[in-house]
Design a protein around this ligand. Structure first.
Ligand code: TTP
Ligand code: MG
Length: 399
């Protein structure tokens, strides 16, 4: 049976929340991200309003470059908790339209509306109503794509941003995909694009016209995956399984560093904060990923998976440190460190409190949580961090 999948993505999310909370900023270029420090700031742009995008500013751009493009914009530091609150409001609204809801990031979600659309007068009428309710409740706009699969719905929501609504009916999928660039295919990154282009494949239509066998010969299973997507074939269900999601923390050093102790303390602080986030959300993670960005902006990740999921700072730090030690930076200075956990599991079910060591580590974390809840997240740090907090100032990229 054909499915109807809706994908929703908020427009310029963090910046739009700022403009909604500060009406005097509406219609103006607003940049959310690291402190620009008059053009000498480090760290990156989280996002910016569409007015700022006209100056060429975009997510992940160094904040110093954004400043060069428009020093007159309104620069704001992120307020993670406020965005999480608005995100919850949006997800709550969505949950009234179908029980099959899958949130995939702070500002986007899939909704399987196959069986519920008729209750709202069809998919388009439902989408308009969702947009109206979100605008009424949060004062924000969003873009929606509706299609028979997740892959196509996500592309559709992105096509007419901001405030877009794009419907791709069952019989139109291949025609809709054909003119789009291959870079829009999931898994088709900067390394794969040139390989496909060398085969004369530039659009999704070119790819769809290619023989399945040729793609398999060239790329193996991935080739088959591309061929299927190019024909709009994507059967993945909308599910609230958290295993595909991840949580992360990263931090850009105030000055590129080669100081082992500074790196170790930053890593510990990131693990502390990340583990705290995980416990607040009552999730544990099995895969730990370390992200390292060198001074020349080259970026590397190293991962490992554990037997049992964890949410303790000590365990995250242990593995992150080992991953860090195994990375050969060939003497290069480091610009940014990040730690992420994925393969998340909800609930406290698998807690390993049977060994005295595990119980002790867990207790330290929980005492720290209590203090943070009462006095704020910066109130407590492990003793080895205090030195760092006093001496060096480093910028934290939120959330
Ligand atoms: P996006 O949905 O990718 O971007 P956006 O909502 O700001 O803009 P668009 O209208 O194009 O959807 O990301 C959602 C939020 O996630 C964004 O508001 C800020 C945050 N974010 C970062 O902090 N860093 C990033 O590199 C990106 C891409 C997003
Ligand atoms: Mg968005």
């Amino acid at each position: 049976m054909p499915r109807t999948i809706l994908h929703l993505d908020m427009d310029a999310f963090f910046a739009a929340v700022e403009q909604s909370d500060h009406p005097e900023w509406r219609g103006k270029p607003v940049v959310v991200g690291a402190d620009p420090r008059g053009g000498r700031g480090r760290g990156v742009v989280s996002t910016c309003s569409y007015e700022a995008r006209r100056f060429g500013i975009h997510s992940a751009m160094p904040i110093s470059k954004a400043w060069k493009l428009n020093p007159g914009a309104i620069y704001v530091q992120p307020r993670g908790q406020r965005y999480a609150e608005v995100s919850r409001q949006v997800m709550e609204i969505l949950s009234h339209f179908s029980p099959d809801l899958e949130q995939i990031s702070i500002d986007e979600a899939f909704l399987d509306i196959t069986s519920t659309q008729k209750l709202f007068g069809g998919a388009e009428a439902m989408a308009k109503r969702i947009k109206a309710e979100i605008r009424k409740e949060t004062n924000l706009s969003c873009s929606i794509g509706i299609a028979p699969s997740k892959f196509v719905a996500k592309i559709a929501s992105d096509l007419r941003k901001p405030d877009g609504l794009v419907l791709v009916p069952e019989g139109e999928v291949e025609r809709f995909l054909a003119p789009l660039e291959i870079a829009r295919l999931w898994g088709c990154g900067p390394k794969t694009v040139p390989l496909l282009q060398a085969m004369g494949i530039f659009t999704i239509g070119d790819l769809a016209a290619c023989a399945q066998l040729e793609l398999i010969n060239k790329f193996g299973q991935v080739g088959l995956h591309f061929w299927r997507l190019a024909h709009g074939l994507d059967e993945r269900p909308v599910s609230d399984d958290h295993s595909a999601k991840s949580m992360s923390r990263e931090s850009t050093f105030a000055a590129d560093t080669g100081d082992e102790e500074e790196m170790r303390q930053t890593l510990l602080s990131l693990c502390d904060d990340l583990a705290y986030d995980m416990r607040r959300h009552e999730v544990r993670g099995r895969t730990i990923t370390l992200k390292i960005r060198l001074a020349d902006f080259s970026t590397f990740t190293r991962s490992r998976s554990l037997e049992t999921a964890t949410d303790t700072s000590a365990e995250l730090f242990h593995h992150a440190s080992e991953l860090f030690a195994s990375f050969n930076r060939k003497g290069a200075r480091i610009r940014l460190l990040g730690v992420a956990v994925s393969q998340l599991q909800q609930g406290e079910g698998q807690m390993d409190l049977f060994t005295p060591e595990a119980a002790r580590k867990d207790k330290v974390d929980r005492i720290m949580d209590d203090v943070r809840k009462k006095f704020g997240t910066r109130a407590i740090s492990r003793a080895s961090l205090l030195q760092n907090r006093r001496d060096s100032q480093w910028i934290r990229d939120e959330p």
